[in-house]
Structure formats: structure tokens, C-alpha cells
Design a protein around this ligand. Structure first.
Ligand code: S3P
Length: 419
């Protein structure tokens, strides 16, 4: 079996990169970002902004955004294309509702199947005029007289929905309050320095209004923790492995994967080197035995992107792994519950499928075989890790689909794998 060893720094966090571009696009000034993630998803955000008159300049992994106030954004000459990126489509929608001309936002076939009603509903409550194709892309935004602030309790634990409403709130009449029952990633409120309160039931309330000025958020973007999760999993599964991952995001609303690993008996070294504007540091991890657990429901939004690779760890860990309350996985770049179940079975792992999760009895042998990514980057990368500890190897149908989040994945994996 191969081992993984060495030290890695990863391209910038995808969620933060999208927000860096979108938020600084609203400032009538230059903003600079080091370690920006120029993956396909974030390029889609930059292309949409370009069509709206916001220029960006790339130099290696450095991005400069020349923003302009929202009222001076230009009427795009073509349909805005979010490609495969849910974050682009949902966050940008919160701004398009304010433009004094009609805009249309489309995406690729995968994104066009994903639910948009979750943003259309609150934005319409604010007064937006949006036409959709039965709650899906393409969306057309029409100019309206007034967008007004609302109080909105999130019906789904989604940072994209939260951010769309708060962004619309920045330019609305009155105050917008978003109420969150289950915490989701907090990059939007953190970077925009929005007011955050907690009510007596412990629910988080985030407010935005015209009173908020858009801060200069120029920064070095921490490495993507969701990308780090694949390498952490490889180190845990392959005997004699040890990896150091440097300058990685350690935002607590993103590192639930570490909490789950600790519950599974894992010992990791986590050193925080920066707290603001976003927590960042290093993770040191080596091979060790894993004990399966039942995943607590409230942590699901915090580990949502790491669940595919967690299923690979569960197959190799001792005992019963059960994960429920994660129906949201069915609405990602693919139906991730179905994709994981079908592919794990294809490589010889027994798994029970539930409407909202799955159960695995470990440890099992990963025999190998062919898997289908369904064009989903996280399915491809999860099975690349499974491949390393499989008996006969795993053939991945569309390895290039990693480009939407992590084009450097195959190269970086090769650089740490030692046969
Ligand atoms: C994201 C939020 C999550 C996550 C996605 C990125 C974000 O989606 O799965 O990869 O940047 O806000 P939801 O908000 O739909 O849960």
C-alpha cells in the first residue's frame, strides 16, 4: 500500500474566494487577494462580475478586483453564466434583484437541476421580481421600485441562502434579519462585519442594512479546509503516513470534520496561527485506527461537503457508522447520497441507504472497480482516496471534474503519495 507524507499548502478556500470577489466588487476601489482560488466555480463568479462591469486582474494566485458601487454596475450584454457553481448563482441573485435593468442568470445542466426556490421565496418577500423555470435556473430578474428589508428564519440550514438574503439586505429599505436555528458557515457575516446577536433560544440573528458600509477585505485567503479533508483522510487510512497541512482555514463553522474525527478516536495536532479576518493554521495528521460513530444531527451543515470522504473513512473504520438528517446531500452537484451508495457498492463495500443518509458496518475491504462521478468533484476526489487503499484500484470516469473546486488536486496528490 502507498503512504502519504510531506507538507502541503492548498489553494484558497472556495467559499471565501467567491465572497472576496463578490463583496469587493461592491466597493468603489481596488481590493487585493493572495491565494485566490482560480478554480472553475470562482472563475464563473469573476466572469459574471466582468459582464456586470466589474474588472478583475490575475497575476499567478493573486487577484485584484476593481469594484464599483452597485448602482453603477453595467447592463450585461449576455446571459450571466454561473456554470456549475451554486454559490455564484445564489449569492449573486441577492444583488441582481437591485439592478435597474433586466438580467438573466443560467448554469450548466447540474446547476439547472438544483433548487432555487429557497432563494426566490425570501427575495420575492423583499419585493424582488424573479421569473424561474419551476424554481430552477435560468432565473430572470426584473427591475422593481423598492426592495425592503425582511425578517427571515431559514427553512434550510444553508449559508448560500443566508448570504443571498443578507446581500439583498445591504441595499434594501429598512433592516434585514436572518434567523439561523442551526449554524452554517459564517464567512459572509464575518467578512462584511455584520451585526450578530443570539436570542434567548440560542438562535443566531444576523442583520444587514444600508447602514453597513462594505469593508476593504483585502487578505491572503486561507487554504481550503474542504480540500484538506481528502488529504487528512489519506493520511489516516495509509499505514506509516504523516502529513502537515499549512495555512489552512480553521474557521470553526467549517472544521466539523475535525470534531467528527476526534469522536472517531483520532488524534490530530491543530495549531492556529491567525484568528482574523479568518482563522487559519496548520494540521498535522498521521495514520491511526478509526472507530465508527453515529453522527450528531446538528453538526451536519458544518461537515456537509466532507461527507463523501467521510463515507470512505467509515468503510475502513471499526463498528457502525450512521449518518442521518442529511437530505441536503441529495441537492448538491450530484445526488451525493445516491452517488456514494452506488459507487461504494461498485467497489465492494456494503452500505445501507436512507432517504436522509446512510449506514456502514466497518471495517470492510475496498476491492476496487469502476465508479461514476456524475460530474461531481467531491465524488471524484473521495474515490481517489478510496483508490489508495483498494485491493485492485478504482477507475474514475471523469477525473477532470475536480476542476470546479480544485484543479491542482491530482498534481498535489501525486506529490505526497509515495509507493
Ligand atoms: C457554500 C455553502 C454550502 C456548501 C457549498 C458552499 C457557501 O452550500 O455545500 O459547497 O459557500 O456558502 P449550502 O449553503 O447550500 O448548504
Amino acid at each position: 500500500m502507498p503512504i502519504v507524507s510531506g507538507s502541503l499548502t492548498l489553494p484558497g478556500d472556495k467559499s471565501i474566494s467567491h465572497r472576496a470577489a463578490l463583496f469587493s466588487a461592491l466597493r468603489d476601489d481596488f481590493s487585493h487577494f493572495e491565494n485566490f482560488n482560480f478554480n472553475r466555480d470562482c472563475q464563473a463568479t469573476l466572469n459574471c462580475l466582468k459582464n456586470l462591469g466589474v474588472e478583475s486582474i490575475r497575476s499567478d494566485s493573486r487577484l485584484t478586483i476593481k469594484g464599483r458601487i452597485l448602482s453603477s454596475w453595467l447592463n450585461p450584454s449576455e446571459t450571466l453564466n454561473a456554470e456549475n457553481s451554486g454559490t455564484t448563482a445564489r449569492l449573486l441573485s441577492g444583488l441582481l434583484v437591485h439592478l435597474p435593468f433586466k438580467t438573466t442568470l443560467a448554469g450548466d445542466s447540474s446547476l439547472s437541476k438544483r433548487p432555487m426556490k429557497r432563494i426566490i421565496d425570501p427575495l420575492q418577500k423583499m419585493g424582488a421580481k424573479i421569473e424561474s423555470t419551476e424554481g430552477h435556473l435560468p432565473l430572470t430578474f426584473f427591475p422593481v421600485e423598492q426592495i425592503k428589508g425582511i425578517e427571515y428564519e431559514l427553512p434550510v440550514a444553508s449559508a448560500q441562502v443566508k448570504s443571498a438574503v443578507l446581500l439583498a439586505g445591504l441595499f434594501a429599505d429598512g433592516v434585514t434579519r436572518v434567523i439561523e436555528n442551526v449554524p452554517t458557515r459564517d464567512h459572509t457575516e464575518r467578512l462584511l462585519k455584520l451585526k450578530v446577536e443570539y436570542d434567548q433560544n440560542g438562535r443566531k440573528i444576523i442583520s444587514s442594512s444600508r447602514e453597513n458600509s462594505i469593508p476593504d477585505i483585502s487578505m491572503t485567503i486561507p487554504g481550503d479546509f474542504s480540500s484538506a479533508a481528502f488529504f487528512i483522510a489519506a493520511a489516516l487510512l495509509l499505514p506509516d503516513s504523516e502529513l502537515i497541512i499549512k495555512n489552512v482555514s480553521l474557521n470553526p463553522t467549517r472544521t466539523g470534520f475535525i470534531d467528527i474525527l476526534e469522536k472517531m478516536g483520532v488524534k490530530l495536532e491543530v495549531n492556529i496561527t491567525q484568528n482574523s479576518p479568518e482563522p487559519m493554521g496548520e494540521v498535522v495528521v498521521g495514520y491511526q485506527p478509526l472507530q465508527n460513530i453515529t453522527v450528531p444531527a446538528e453538526i451536519i451543515p458544518n461537515i456537509i461537503d466532507e461527507i463523501p470522504v467521510l463515507s470512505i473513512l467509515a468503510a475502513k473504520a471499526e463498528g457502525t457508522f450512521e449518518l442521518r438528517h442529511a437530505k441536503e446531500l441529495r441537492f448538491k452537484e450530484s445526488d451525493r447520497i445516491s452517488a456514494m451508495v452506488q459507487n461504494l457498492r461498485s467497489v465492494g463495500v456494503e452500505i445501507t441507504e436512507y432517504e436522509d443518509g446512510f449506514k456502514i458496518e466497518g471495517p470492510q475491504t475496498i476491492k476496487g472497480g469502476k465508479i461514476k462521478t456524475f460530474g461531481d468533484h467531491r465524488i471524484a476526489m473521495s474515490f481517489a482516496i478510496a483508490n489508495l487503499c483498494s485491493e485492485q484500484g478504482i477507475e474514475i470516469d471523469r477525473p477532470e471534474c475536480v476542476e470546479v473546486s480544485f484543479p491542482q488536486f491530482w498534481g498535489l496528490l501525486k506529490s505526497v503519495v509515495k509507493e
